[in-house]
Design a protein around this ligand. Sequence first.
Ligand SMILES: Nc1nc2c(c(=O)[nH]1)N[C@H]1C(S)=C(S)[C@@H](COP(=O)(O)O)O[C@H]1N2
Ligand SMILES: [Mo]
Length: 416
Amino acid sequence: MKQSFSSEGGATRRATLLGTASIAGLALASRAGAAAPQTVTLPFANGERPIVPAGTFPQKGEMILQRTRAPLLETPFEVFRDNLFTPNDRAFVRWHMADFPESIDTAKYRIRVSGLVNKPVEITLDELMHGFPIRKIAAVNQCSGNSRGFIEPRVPGAQWAHGAMYNAMWTGVPLRHLLARAGVKAGATHVAFRSLEQGGGLYPADVRFEKAIPLSRANDGEVMIAFQMNGANLPLLNGYPVRLIVPGWYSTYWVKMLTEIEVMDHPSTDFWMATAYKIPDTPTGSMTPGEPGIKMVPINEMKPRSFFGSVTNGARLPAGRPVVVRGFAFGGGSALKSVAVSIDGGASWRPARLGQNHGAYGFRDWQIPVRFPKPGAYRLMVRATNAAGHVQPAKAGWNPGGFLYNAIEHVDVTVA
Ligand SMILES: Nc1nc2c(c(=O)[nH]1)N[C@H]1C(S)=C(S)[C@@H](COP(=O)(O)O)O[C@H]1N2
Ligand SMILES: [Mo]
């Protein structure tokens, strides 16, 4: 491959390695179970999971193993406490199908734009990186099922704790520039995206991953084809060499190893849009289990969430003097507007101070000085509100997919 698959951050060398050599490390993954004596217990029923050491999966550090093939690797929560931008080697991994490429020939890689366009186009990685305007956006990549392990009653699917998300600074080309080059025809309403892998794991060999979004979203200048996260190439498991990013929407739309873009005059009727990843068409996206007559629609915007960073369950804190409590939050489908903290189990709330704003869709630090009046047990809670007015609920709503979990988080501490 050419040295030019890079613009910044030492990516060239890595791209060259990946472009020519195969990633033999994936084979290691099948041995992970046997060689993993270390475990973590996620805070819900049947929460015990192996922790796999750095290098078990290629380009990945220590991760919580949810499934080996196709890989589901969860980010340990302490990684978020230590880094507002999640290091690439700790970013969670989720594949539906097992048969994705273990190496990419970047010289042969093409992104095709076809369908309802004046002129179908084929773009090389080099053209993508050098022939279009480049943009950077901080954005949280969060699985629709993040935190599913906390949902009651339980639903099938990966029982994640809060680590099926990560925050990255994405570098890429806004999709609208590629669509403009192909020339979208009148009557177009949706754009579909397909990837390189096909079948494997729980899926038959002819299944492909396809997601679609409305044309208006595709053309908004924020939806991008990203070729870097945090200034370096995407790890192969996170979609190398390019993936779609749809800031503010759940990552089911963030198609990895993106190769086909099709402009259409109808919504996708494919399994991944028409059957999977649907939520109740109710104001909160929730329903009661078994409730009849519920219309289901494709999942879309994320909800606001906030977390404690500096304080964990069981912490001992001093009475009578100020303690600064810190954490991080994000707004979801719209910017974070405010974060409020309670030290009395939700009876009263005070606003936290927000840290540097890296953009509407990324993590943002918050902090608040608190003073515990006297020794005893305290329940701390944190609650985010976004610009669209969505506020985290006390209890997560329920839906059959176990999606959209965003209940208020709490930690129980002892003040002495
Ligand atoms: N090609 C491809 N892209 C995909 C998927 C997939 O299975 N194949 N899964 C989607 C889902 S549901 C999630 S949660 C994210 C996970 O992204 P990550 O592996 O970078 O964490 O990828 C999305 N893009
Ligand atoms: Mo997901």
